[in-house]
Structures are given as structure tokens and as C-alpha cells.
Write a protein that binds this ligand. Structure first.
Ligand SMILES: NC(=O)c1ccc[n+]([C@@H]2O[C@H](COP(=O)([O-])OP(=O)(O)OC[C@H]3O[C@@H](n4cnc5c(N)ncnc54)[C@H](O)[C@@H]3O)[C@@H](O)[C@H]2O)c1
Length: 245
């Protein structure tokens, strides 16, 4: 088991990539603390327990600083450590720049960027105390390449990569690593609004001629969250079928 006895917080773990990360981490021996707004996060935790794993679900927003701080304090009090933080929660509000409202800009910045700031700031004191930590945050290949209609989203994903590099400098001496993952097109609810005919075009633009499944991305998180990656920090691991190169 690659995460035996680790305590891992996974934001946005109720569905999609976050669900795959939660299930994989539990299978590898971690106790998984799922944070999400969707009540179905409870089902994910229950399912993990049915299969002999350890999981908790907490219905809070990553943007709620007081709730996040209070939960992390409770988790640390209960388990005596927090080893891993996966900043996976994210949203889109797509619109071309000329049509994008201030509300659409703010909503995406709030969750994808400020949520990562809030959760990481809340976890670092506990990681420092144990001189161990793995912080892995959800970027996107859109943060490397830009994307039509995603000014807000692209800005947050580029920001996440820069934050991982900054935290590497600030926390490396405490045994804490900080990295980002940049998935390409992955089959989840986030992308299921895209019309079928666009799919053919999307696949044609990917060298491997297929899109990712959530587990393809979760394996990247597993590596960066494990002891095996102890000398890896400040990187952005791109998992996009060869699209960004
Ligand atoms: N699916 C893709 O193609 C793709 C590609 C690149 C990057 N990503 C990134 O990967 C991450 C996961 O994406 P996904 O496709 O699984 O998305 P998803 O929409 O299926 O899941 C995101 C989860 O985050 C939760 N969430 C949203 N706002 C929250 C908040 N304020 N507090 C707590 N939880 C919140 C949602 O309820 C949901 O369960 C996101 O950060 C996304 O930007 C996805």
C-alpha cells in the first residue's frame, strides 16, 4: 500500500476526478477526509467504508475560511496529523472575455484560486508540526495553453501552478512538497455539457486520440502524494494525452 496510514484531505471528492482520487487513496491505505458541497460525498465515503477503507465526508465549501479551519483543527485533533492535502475542487463559468460578467469572473476565482489559498493556509501549520506534507493542487492544461471562453478558469489554473512553486520555496525546509497536476480533457460532469459533435474534434487534437478517465488523473495524484515523490516539488505534472508538449 502506497499511502498506508496517511491522513488525506480531498476537496471536491464527491464526484469526478476527486471521487477517483478519494477511492484510490483509500484503496492504498489512506484515511480520506472528503470535503464537498454535494451531499453525494457521503455516498462516496460510505462506499469506501463498505470496501474496508476509511473515509469521512464533510459538507463545507472550500471558500468558507472559518469552516475549513475548524474542520482541519478537528481532523488534526482526532488523528494527530494531516499528511496530504489535495486541492481538487474547481468550477467553470465559461464565456468569451467580451461577454464575461464580473460575477462569473469572481465565482471562478473564489473557488479555484481563493479556495486553494484558504485550504493550504489552514493545513500548513499542522504539516509543519509533523515536518511532513504533500500538497497537490488541480491545475489544468488550460493554465498552460489558454482556452477559448475560459479567461477566468485559465487564470486560476496558471495561478495554481505558480502557488505550488512559491510554496516549494516557503515550506520545503519543513518536509512539505507542493505540486500541481494539469489534466487534459477528462470525462466528468464538468465537461458533460459539451455537445457530442465537438468530441470528435477534441479527440483529433489529442495525440493519443482519446480523452482521460478520472482514474488516469488520480494515478498522478497518487504518485505526488506518496513517499515515492519525496524529492519532487514545485512541478506541474501534465496528464493530457500528449496535447501540451
Ligand atoms: N474534467 C476535466 O476535463 C478537467 C481538466 C483539467 C482540470 N480539471 C480540474 O480538476 C478538478 C476536478 O474536476 P472534475 O472534472 O472532477 O469536476 P467536477 O465538477 O466533476 O467535480 C468538482 C467537485 O468539486 C466540488 N466543488 C465545487 N465547488 C466547491 C466548493 N466551493 N467547495 C467544495 N467543493 C466544491 C463539486 O461539488 C464537485 O463535486 C477541478 O479543479 C477541475 O478544474 C478538470
Amino acid at each position: 500500500m502506497r499511502l498506508k496510514d496517511k491522513i488525506a484531505i480531498v476537496t471536491g471528492g464527491a464526484r469526478g476526478i476527486g471521487q477517483a482520487i478519494s477511492e484510490l487513496f483509500a484503496k492504498e491505505g489512506a484515511t480520506v477526509i472528503i470535503i464537498d458541497l454535494l451531499p453525494q460525498g457521503q455516498q462516496v465515503a460510505d462506499e469506501i467504508k463498505t470496501h474496508g477503507g476509511r473515509a469521512e465526508y464533510h459538507q463545507i465549501s472550500v471558500t468558507d475560511k472559518a469552516a475549513v479551519e475548524s474542520l482541519f483543527k478537528k481532523v488534526f485533533g482526532k488523528y494527530g496529523k494531516i499528511d496530504i492535502l489535495i486541492n481538487n475542487a474547481g468550477i467553470t463559468r465559461d464565456r468569451t472575455l467580451e461577454k464575461m460578467s464580473e460575477e462569473e469572473w469572481d465565482a471562478v476565482i473564489d473557488v479555484n484560486l481563493k479556495g486553494v489559498f484558504i485550504c493550504t493556509q489552514a493545513v500548513v501549520p499542522f504539516m509543519k508540526e509533523n515536518k511532513y506534507g504533500r500538497i497537490v493542487s488541480a491545475a489544468s492544461n488550460v493554465g498552460l495553453r489558454g482556452n477559448f471562453g475560459q479567461t477566468n478558469y485559465a487564470a486560476t489554473k496558471a495561478g495554481v501552478i505558480a502557488m505550488a512553486k512559491t510554496w516549494t520555496l516557503e515550506f520545503g525546509k519543513y518536509g512539505i512538497t507542493a505540486n500541481a497536476i494539469a489534466p487534459g480533457f477528462t470525462m466528468t460532469d464538468m465537461v458533460n455539457k459539451i455537445p457530442e459533435e465537438h468530441f470528435v474534434k477534441i479527440k483529433e487534437g489529442i495525440p493519443l486520440r482519446t480523452v482521460a478517465q478520472p482514474l488516469d488523473i488520480a494515478y498522478g495524484y497518487l504518485y505526488l502524494a506518496s513517499d515515492e515523490a519525496r524529492f519532487v516539488s514545485g512541478i506541474c505534472l501534465t496528464i493530457d494525452g500528449g496535447t501540451s508538449r
